[in-house]
Design a protein around this ligand. Structure first.
Ligand SMILES: [Fe+2]
Length: 296
């Protein structure tokens, strides 16, 4: 019998019904994973390796291999941490699930990435609404070995702690930045557009859609533009933002954002699918299949 996540309560928010877990860091109960859970990891791992071949950024598979991640078994957090400690100094910590914003930011600011210890059920192979071990470990952790991306994540966490002290609007702008980079970002590399966002890397359908579908917009990275743009939580993104390098992301988060927040307060928000005159458009989406409302 596999251990259960300790869900303490649920909240109704503007993003729907959100489970809240204990905020404690927990040991990964590795010995208690069942054969079914290891098999779920194996199936997801093999499937995404195939789908992401030629679609994920060059660093992604290379870094998974440095970690020794494979389909054999759910990786042990201790093994991952031994390798992280020798490279970028990050650590992963086991958690029960989504954390309150400030707790999450404090982890990132201290180069700790929270990883949900439990994995989805076999019937959730194609879709799970909240992050599980596969999303966090397979999708997010490999890029923590990239020095520029690792620094970006820490800068983001520090910015988050600061934004938390400023107010709800500042947090909203930062959440959009995380969404359109860390979760759903694309990068232009030598051989074309590639995926680095973990929300895409852990989704078979969106891995194909984001690069090959005519429906979404693909637009060059623009920090202020992104922080004004609403997004989708219930469907594939209408717009993907494309960076040229992880250094570009890191540079964009060097300045203090406080003046940006003031400026953003006077600017209108942008719907998830809108294209503006000043956008660096790589592809203007056809909009096929888009629902008309539901941006958050
Ligand atoms: Fe995520």
């Amino acid at each position: 019998m596999s251990p259960q996540a300790r869900r303490v309560e649920s909240l109704h928010t503007d993003k729907g019904y959100v489970p809240v877990y204990t905020t404690a860091v927990v040991e990964q109960p590795w010995a208690q994973y069942t054969p079914v859970e290891h098999d779920t990891w194996a199936r997801l791992f093999r499937r995404q390796r195939e789908v992401l071949d030629g679609r994920s950024c060059g660093e992604f598979f290379a870094n998974q291999e440095r970690f020794g991640m494979n389909a054999e078994a759910i990786p042990r957090f201790d093994d991952i941490n031994a390798i992280l400690a020798r490279s970028t100094g990050w650590q992963i910590v086991g958690v029960e699930g989504l954390l309150p914003e400030l707790t999450f930011f404090e982890h990132l600011a201290n180069r700790r990435f929270p990883v949900t210890w439990w994995i989805r059920k076999p019937e959730q192979i194609d879709y799970i609404a909240e992050p599980d071990l596969f999303h966090d470990l397979y999708g997010h952790v490999p890029l923590l070995l990239d020095p520029a991306f690792a620094d970006y994540m820490q800068a983001y966490g520090r910015g988050g702690v600061k934004a938390h002290g400023i107010g709800a609007d500042a947090l909203m702008y930062l959440t959009r930045l995380y969404w359109y980079t860390v979760e759903f970002g694309l990068i232009r590399q030598r051989d074309g557009l590639r995926i680095y966002g973990a929300g895409i890397l852990s989704s078979k359908g969106e891995s194909i859609h984001c690069l090959e579908s005519a429906a979404p917009n693909r637009i060059g990275f623009d920090l202020m533009r992104i922080m004004r743009t609403r997004y989708r939580i219930d469907s594939y993104q209408k717009t993907y933002f494309v960076i040229d390098s992880f250094e570009q992301l890191m540079r964009a988060t060097q300045p203090d954002f406080t003046p940006y927040y003031r400026e953003l307060a006077s600017l209108s928000t942008i719907a998830a699918g809108d294209v503006l005159d000043g956008d660096a458009v790589i592809q203007r989406g056809s909009g096929e299949g888009w629902s008309v409302d539901g941006d958050v």
